[in-house]
Design a protein around this ligand. Structure first.
Ligand SMILES: [Zn+2]
Length: 323
């Protein structure tokens, strides 16, 4: 009896020791996401001035997390991952890109100089601890599912531009930067209506308007009330303001947007007393992928490949390395 008990005890002990080993042994091991192309990205961290070097795929995760709401549909996050990767690969010095101005890094984390990137600490602050575990996993999965994929056009790395909300139609690159790009001509988009930026109002006091356009002259009564006369000169084919006249000054729509801090170049206005009310559609330059539109399309069942094909007609999704 004692011998039987001892044998049972030994068996139990063996099981306790062996079971975890067996479990670990059979758990399928995923290859690291950067397997096949160990590319490092040197990121100039804008707030600290430090240059952080990290694997490309990890960098892309930090961009997707910074540039798109993590609550978006996974297919929209995947489309964003491809564009974030495309953008940085174009900038990589390894691929002949220029990197940042002083040559100290490939890319800056400053959103105004390309695309935003946040590190783990910043993301914990942004999402909170619980949100962090949920969203980091969601973003990571989207990035890993598209590992190594970039947008190309006729075998070249494409210009994978994106913006928050188009407001009903995306804009052509030619209108914004004066250079035509075959796959960036503007497409209708009815998928971003759920965006908080779809239609917004911006109020600018007439006095501030006159000050923001230095050479403009105030003309009482010219706009129907005392203030600065505003006149639309030309619209783009996609419906945005190409040029307008403020007082005596002719401005491009893109300049007016920058000077008056308007969300986009798609706006109309109305003088209300001593201020101008701007009704603005969308947010951002309007070129390339509409992020809220991508989310809207994903919610309707479209895949990230279909979404990218929609906003960048004629492009393809390719792997950085084909082997
Ligand atoms: Zn849109």
């Amino acid at each position: 009896m004692r011998r039987v008990l001892l044998a049972l005890f030994a068996l139990l002990l063996a099981l306790l020791v062996l079971l975890p080993v067996v479990l670990v042994g059979v758990r399928p091991r995923r290859p690291p996401p950067t397997a096949g192309y160990p590319i490092a990205v040197a990121v100039l961290q804008e707030d600290t001035g430090r240059v952080v070097e990290l694997p490309l795929e990890e960098y892309v995760k930090g961009v997707v997390a910074a540039e798109m709401p993590a609550a978006f549909h996974p297919e929209a996050l995947k489309a964003q991952a491809v564009l974030a990767r495309t953008y940085v690969v174009r900038r990589l010095r390894l691929f002949g890109g220029t990197g940042v101005a002083d040559g100290s890094a490939d890319i800056s984390s400053h959103p105004g100089q390309g695309q935003a990137w946040l590190d783990q600490r910043a993301l914990r602050q942004k999402w909170g601890l619980l949100g962090y575990y949920r969203y980091w996993r969601k973003v990571s999965e989207a990035v890993e599912a598209t590992s190594g994929q970039i947008l190309t056009y006729q075998g070249e790395i494409a210009d994978g531009l994106y913006h928050s909300t188009c407001g009903g139609h995306t804009e052509s690159a030619a209108e914004v930067w004066g250079q035509a790009v075959p796959y960036l001509t503007g497409v209708p988009c009815e998928f971003c209506r759920h965006s908080p930026h779809y239609l917004t109002q911006v109020y600018v006091p007439l006095r501030a308007l006159a000050q923001s356009i230095p050479s403009s002259t105030t003309s009482a009564g010219a706009s129907g009330s005392a203030g600065v006369a505003l006149a639309l000169l030309e619209s783009t084919v996609n419906g945005r303001v190409r040029s307008l006249k403020v007082g005596d000054t002719v401005l491009r729509g893109t300049d007016a947007r920058a000077r008056l801090d308007l969300p986009s170049t798609w706006f109309t206005w109305k003088v209300e007393g001593d201020r101008v009310r701007f009704d603005v559609r969308g947010s951002g330059h309007g070129v390339g992928m509409c992020q809220y539109g991508a989310d809207g399309q994903a919610r309707q069942g479209r895949t990230y490949l279909e979404i990218l094909q929609y906003y960048f007609p004629g492009t393809a999704v390719s792997l950085i390395f084909s082997e």
